[in-house]
Design a protein around this ligand. Structure first.
Ligand SMILES: [Zn+2]
Ligand SMILES: [Zn+2]
Length: 166
């Protein structure tokens, strides 16, 4: 598990993994597929499909249709290169740092916002866990709750309701 792998190194590993996957699944190795993988690897955190679409055009001058992008992101998820978070209204994606991500996710059950956090103690605990003969490749941890904004909004409505009752 190495969360500090350089982006360029990560891209090489991801491209190699993707090539193997395409071959095994008899999918064509098209330039646009590799442009997508490389762009995905340029993200350090979460991104939405919409962001990816814009970045493809801005940084690579590569215009792909949303359908193509969607299709390929599914391939990337399936090959284990990308993790999909489907918690809010819109799915968020992130590259899967080899061996699993060392960060965890706080998910607001009200607005669906996802924030990442790090916790060394929890991370070390996870690494120490043995689950029978299952070989662990990583964890995706979600902590559910309310973000500060939603929590404040809720307090405000509760206060107003109390006023009405009084
Ligand atoms: Zn919220
Ligand atoms: Zn994440």
């Amino acid at each position: 598990m190495n969360g500090s792998m350089e982006n360029s190194d990560y891209t090489k590993v991801a491209v190699a993994k993707f090539q193997e996957y395409l071959k095994a699944h008899h999918l064509r190795k098209t330039p646009e597929r590799f442009a997508i993988v490389e762009t995905v690897c340029s993200y350090d955190g979460h991104f939405k499909l919409e962001d990816l679409h814009e970045r493809m055009i801005e940084s690579r001058h590569f215009v792909v249709s949303r359908a193509t992008l969607y299709n390929n992101i599914n391939i990337l998820v399936d090959s284990g290169i990308v993790t999909r978070h489907r918690l809010g209204e819109m799915a968020e994606y992130e590259k899967n740092v080899l061996g699993g991500n060392s960060h965890f996710h706080m998910v607001c059950t009200e607005c669906g916002k996802i924030k990442e956090f790090h916790n060394d103690k929890l991370y070390k605990c996870l690494l120490a866990i043995k689950v029978g003969k299952f070989s662990v490749k990583g964890y995706t941890i979600y902590v559910n709750g309310l973000c500060a904004k939603c929590s404040n909004a809720l307090k405000r409505t509760q206060k107003n309701e109390r006023k009405k009752v009084l």
